[in-house]
Design a protein around this ligand. Structure first.
Ligand SMILES: [Zn+2]
Length: 214
């Protein structure tokens, strides 16, 4: 089921992925504001994303981290919308490394050849047309995890969900870093958390969930 959030100036549409028969249902978000659109992660079918984007200009695809379920259709998006992908510098090799991108865990070899000219690196703050994006590094689930704060909404990827945190038993996970990242998230001001899987959460729910782990 796709969810629609109408939160002030920006419209946020959550599209659920369908690959692998929806087993790993992933949330891809499309943000619409004025003539522009942003996409967060790339797990939803291109056709579903196209319907939502319409004739708006896509300013970029913003990765919360480079696990295969989050970049499944990235190459198709970049081609269709003629846009760039934003990643944490130094981790782009994960697109082509099925061990690091987690796909070996589901007995698949998901590797994507993303053109270097399409790749841009995150800065702490990005201003793209009418969008202000604050990039918060939250390593733990993986080294390259970020949360994105846009218009007071926090896109948390696989760092934290409504009722639990992301796995920290993977190849480049770190429990220590996760604890630091969770401490940091407690200090961030936001109205709603929109994670990479499952449902959205209020800040109160997120604080409660963090409390289980600290
Ligand atoms: Zn992940």
């Amino acid at each position: 089921m796709n969810l629609f959030y109408n939160l002030g100036m920006v419209e946020i549409i959550c599209l659920k992925s369908k690959f692998m028969h929806g087993v790993m249902e992933q949330n891809t978000y499309v943000l619409l504001k004025g003539k522009f659109a942003l996409i967060i992660d790339a797990g939803a079918d291109l056709e579903d994303v196209k319907k939502v984007v319409g004739n708006k200009k896509v300013l970029g695809v913003f990765m919360t981290h480079l696990h295969f379920d989050h970049f499944w259709y990235l190459d198709e998006y970049l081609e269709e919308f003629d846009t760039s992908v934003y990643v944490v510098e130094g981790y782009e090799n994960k697109f082509e490394d099925s061990e690091l991108n987690g796909s070996v865990l589901v007995r698949q070899k998901i590797e994507r050849n993303i053109s270097k000219k399409r790749i841009k690196y995150y800065a702490k703050n990005l201003k793209l047309e009418n969008f202000d994006i604050e990039v918060i590094n939250t390593p733990g689930h993986t080294e390259d995890c970020v949360c994105l704060l846009i218009e007071n909404k926090l896109f948390t990827g696989d760092t934290i969900f409504a009722d639990c945190i992301g796995r920290i038993d993977l190849k480049d996970s770190s429990k220590e870093q996760m604890i630091e990242s969770l401490e940091n998230l407690k200090t961030i001001d936001f109205s709603i958390a929109l994670p990479g899987h499952y449902e959205s959460a209020t800040k109160e729910q997120i604080i409660k969930t963090i409390g289980f782990y600290l």
